[in-house]
Design a protein around this ligand. Structure first.
Ligand code: URA
Ligand code: SF4
Length: 183
């Protein structure tokens, strides 16, 4: 375990602990404020993220940024990371062995950042933090409290692309986060 993000990051930029290392261009560590109160956890890098080495910079990320603008969330104030740090080829779901190999980095990030709130973006994030029995359809929008951290599960931004209802629900879930932060 590392005590700061820079050390953790430099320890893993050449990681070969799982087979995703063979097809990635860049390890996508995470970005944002190392002292963030709010952390967002996605699934894994897509093509744009793999190319640029930063999470949520593609289409899904642009939708997330739009929601941030509406709710006056500053991308620089929060921290954004993923369950796996290398792109699953053709954007398939990450596999169990890959998640198992990688999730320690995320745990270490959470340990260092010590967020008050973690937003779980989609099913992969939800199920790998809380277990396979959790369904995003029934869990989204409802706080889960564990070990002093408040978790807000919501839709993955990619799910919003052609679904107006989910867009509204996503905004409403993030608004719950903003409201809690203002308390
Ligand atoms: N989807 C994710 O889950 N994470 C990213 O970084 C980009 C798209
Ligand atoms: Fe290492 Fe994670 Fe990349 Fe696998 S996905 S090679 S465990 S950084």
């Amino acid at each position: 375990m590392y005590e700061n993000l820079d050390e953790l990051k430099s320890s893993m930029l050449n990681c070969r602990k799982c087979k995703l290392c063979k097809t990635r261009q860049n390890v996508v560590f995470g970005v944002g404020n190392p002292n963030a109160d709010v952390m967002f956890i996605g699934e894994g890098p897509g093509g744009d993220e793999d190319r640029l080495g930063e999470p949520f910079v593609g289409k899904a990320g642009q939708l997330m940024n739009k929601a941030f603008d509406i709710l006056e969330i500053n991308r620089k104030d929060v921290y954004i990371a993923n369950i796996v740090k290398c792109r699953p080829h053709f954007n398939r779901d990450p596999e169990e062995d890959e998640i198992k190999a990688c999730i320690g980095y995320l745990r270490n990030q959470v340990m260092i950042i010590k967020p008050k709130i973690i937003v779980l973006l989609g099913k992969i994030a939800l199920q790998n933090i809380f277990g396979k029995e959790y369904k995003i359809t029934t869990s989204r929008g409802k706080w889960i409290v564990k070990k002093g951290i408040m978790y807000m599960p919501t839709w993955h931004p990619a799910a919003l692309l052609r679904d107006e209802t989910k867009k509204i629900e996503f905004l409403s879930d993030l608004n719950s986060v903003v409201k809690l932060m203002k308390k």
